[in-house]
Design a protein around this ligand. Structure first.
Ligand code: HEM
Length: 310
């Protein structure tokens, strides 16, 4: 798992992956992401109210944009399989360490095919399948493992961040939701504030102390492992205040392991929320908030479904 490596090994992996996830590349795809958002709102509307905003909008939008970056096909068949595999998943150790989940079957099929025909994958996966690492061809296991480490966080975190963002806007900040439609330029600040407010990755983040360190009166010895709760660390001034400066939050972590997909996620959230607000200004919950089923015991927070009408 490259996410569990450190130092030089980790840096080499990040260099390999950074290109397709850079801010520049992501900004260049913003128009595509808007078009995908428009199409997914349209298919949700066509299917009729009540809709599940997580399954019918957030997940397909996140999945399609990620597949585009990775160069994976988005045909009706491949999209259906991708959505079935990631519906309701978490980023817990059980899923990450297993080799027999539907995600594992999917990435193994993918790796086999991409190594045989890299040109069919015009994105990160095809590039790595063709080039290998350091002039060495990747094995099927290596490529499958890498794809899993991208597909899992790349689906789970942004899907639930988008779902919870809509919930917060509808229930706590309806004026901000209305403003997104009239003033899409406000979306960047709103999204940054939502990231600060929600901190969707609740736990599962661990660090090892490199030297004896006292934190809040407790001594952590060099070499000890420390579970980090980003939510607890993400304090700062209370309230919901888009545009506050400086914007400091830990929603994407910090340091060398900071989230690879943060630029992509910001654009998906900004475009995804703006399109939704413009197309469905009367969007509202179709159930009372206390009836929502929250993912409390999961690594990534969220609601299992978000029934909405418009
Ligand atoms: C709103 C969406 C997202 C949130 C809130 C989020 C959050 C995080 C957090 C908190 C970390 C841990 C950082 C650390 O250890 O300091 C992380 C790491 C990571 N994220 Fe995300 N993430 C999101 C979207 C994505 C997407 C779209 C991808 C696409 C592939 C992705 C891929 C990764 C990877 C590969 C790592 C491990 C990086 C490393 O260890 O070098 N994430 N993410």
């Amino acid at each position: 798992m490259f996410v569990q490596t450190d130092g030089r090994d980790h840096l080499d992996y990040r260099r390999l992956l950074n290109h397709e996830f850079s801010a520049l590349r992501t900004t260049a795809s913003a128009a595509h992401i808007t078009a995908h958002a428009e199409a997914h709102v349209q298919s949700m509307v066509s299917a009729g109210a009540t809709a599940d905003l997580v399954a019918q909008y957030a997940l397909p939008l996140v999945s399609q944009t990620l597949c585009e970056v990775l160069g994976l096909p988005w045909t009706p068949g491949s999209a259906r399989r991708m959505l079935q595999v990631f519906q309701g998943r978490d980023l817990g150790n059980a899923d990450l360490n297993s080799t027999t989940t539907p995600v594992d079957h999917l990435v193994r099929d993918l790796a086999r095919d991409a190594l045989a025909a890299p040109h069919r994958y015009p994105g990160l996966v095809g590039r790595i399948a063709a080039e290998g690492i350091d002039g060495r061809a990747l094995t099927e296991d290596e490529l499958a493992g890498l794809a899993k480490q991208l597909l899992m966080p790349g689906h789970v975190s942004p899907t639930h961040m988008l779902g919870l963002s809509v919930l917060v806007l509808l229930e706590e900040q309806p004026a901000r939701y209305a403003k997104l439609a009239a003033d899409p330029g406000s979306a960047t600040d709103v999204v940054e504030e939502l990231l600060h407010h929600i901190t969707v990755k609740q736990h599962g983040l661990i660090r090892r102390a490199v030297r004896d360190t006292a934190v809040g009166g407790a001594l952590i010895r060099a070499g000890q492992w420390v579970p980090c709760h980003l939510d607890g660390a993400d304090t700062g001034p209370a309230g919901f205040a888009p545009g506050r400066t400086p914007v400091t939050h830990l929603a994407f972590g910090d340091g060398p392991h900071q989230c690879l997909g943060q630029h992509l996620s910001r654009v998906v959230l900004v475009r995804g929320l703006s399109v939704l607000a413009r197309r469905l200004p009367a969007l509202r919950l179709a159930v009372a908030p206390h009836q929502l089923h929250r993912r409390v015991a999961h690594t990534v927070a969220g609601v299992t479904s978000l029934p909405v009408t418009w």
